[in-house]
Ligand binder design. Structure first.
Ligand SMILES: [Fe+2]
Length: 194
């Protein structure tokens, strides 16, 4: 057998539900996530609800979502409109590269997200869209070294700036992303925030 890598010891199996209990206090808004695994080729995050974000994430890399506990909505931009995609407990969804997406997680939910380590030079976008007219309101582009820290700060900076956060098309302001209180699924999706 030949390999170009120095063999490493495999980590022991992790009981995810137990891991979540042990790290519950660290899973805090606005993004409410923590690395379960931060590897060479990909990383795995555990993301609890409620989150408190209303940004959309855009990258060229694919993402994999598995909803371990409770139901969430993944908002995506499709054909220039905001589309709400329910992902129920036990459900899984694959986000292609180039699709702006905004996971919207109510309380007492736990999801797992797998993303690849970005190739050198790939940029990350944090975007905000107008809830009223779906216009792109603001786009922050950066090299993502640490998704947890950089995203949280970029969101706070945006929400605090009235000019940046006001839609140039219709004048509606993108509000501060407050924690999700609950989601109503029928007859149409309604996202209730605190
Ligand atoms: Fe607008």
């Amino acid at each position: 057998m030949t390999t170009t890598q120095t063999p490493q010891k495999m980590l022991p199996p992790i009981n995810v539900l137990q891991w979540v209990q042990e790290h519950r206090e660290e899973l805090k808004p606005p993004v409410s996530n923590k690395y379960l695994y931060d590897g060479k080729d990909f990383f795995v995050m555990v993301i609890a609800g409620p989150n408190a974000r209303n940004d959309f994430h855009l990258t060229d890399s694919e993402e994999y979502f598995f909803q371990l506990k409770g139901d969430i909505i993944v908002r995506i931009i499709e054909d220039g409109r905001i589309k709400d995609v329910p992902v129920r407990e036990g459900g899984t969804v694959f986000i292609p590269g180039g699709v702006p997406h905004s996971p919207t997680r109510p309380p007492d939910t736990i999801g797992i997200v797998v993303e690849r380590v970005r190739p050198a030079g790939e940029s990350e976008h944090l975007q905000f869209y107008c809830d009223n007219c779906c216009e792109l309101v603001h786009d922050v582009e950066f090299d993502c070294k640490d998704i947890v820290e950089h995203f949280a700060q970029a969101m706070k900076d945006f929400w605090a700036d009235e000019n940046l956060s006001t839609c140039k098309n219709c004048g509606t302001r993108v509000p501060v992303g407050t924690p999700i209180k609950k989601i109503i699924y029928e007859p149409e999706v309604q996202i209730i925030r605190e």
